[in-house]
Design a protein around this ligand. Sequence first.
Ligand code: GAR
Length: 181
Amino acid sequence: MAKIAVLGSGTGSNFQALVEEFGDEIVLVISDQPGAGILEKAKAFGIPTAVEVGGADLSARILKRLGGVDLICLAGYMRLVKEPLLSAFPNRILNIHPSLLPKYPGKAAWEQALADQAEVTGCTVHYVDAGIDTGEVILQEKVEVLIDDTATTLHARIQIAEHRVYPQAVKRVLKKMSGRV
Ligand code: GAR
C-alpha cells in the first residue's frame, strides 16, 4: 500500500476525487491556506492535516512532515515546489493543471484559454520539476470550449475532467513504482 500526501490551497475537489479512489492510502493533507476547504474536507474524512504557510524555507518545512510518504499529489496547490523537496521525491511529485500543457501554464489557465479564443482546452497531470507547469506529461483530457462559456462554466467542465484524469494518472504512476512501494 502506498502512502500519498496531498498539497492544496483551495476547495479540494481534486483531493476528494483522489480520496474516493485511494481511500486510506492518503495519509496527510498539507495546505498553505489556514482556511482552505481542502483542510475541512480532509478532517471530514479523518485524514491528518497540517498548515505550512509561505516563506523561504517552505519546501524544507513540508519535507520534514513527509516521513514515510511515497508520493506527493499537488491538488490546486498554488505555490512552486522547490529544493530540498524536489530532490527528495524524484518523479514522485505530481500536479494537476487546468489546460493541455504546454499551453496556458500558470494561473487561471481556463481564463487564458478564453482570452485566446481556443476551441479546445483540457487538463493535464504531469510530474513536477523546478519550472512552472513544465514537467513531463503523464495524462491529458480534452475539454471543448463552448461558444457561450464563461470562466466559471469552462472551469467547472475542466474540473469534471480533472476528477477523472487525476486518479487514473496516479494509478499509472503507482503501478510504475510498484516493487518499490
Ligand atoms: C484545479 O482546477 C486545478 O487544476 C487548479 O486549481 C484548481 C483547484 O481546485 N490548479 C492550478 O491552476 C495549478 N496551476 P480544487 O481545489 O477543487 O481541486
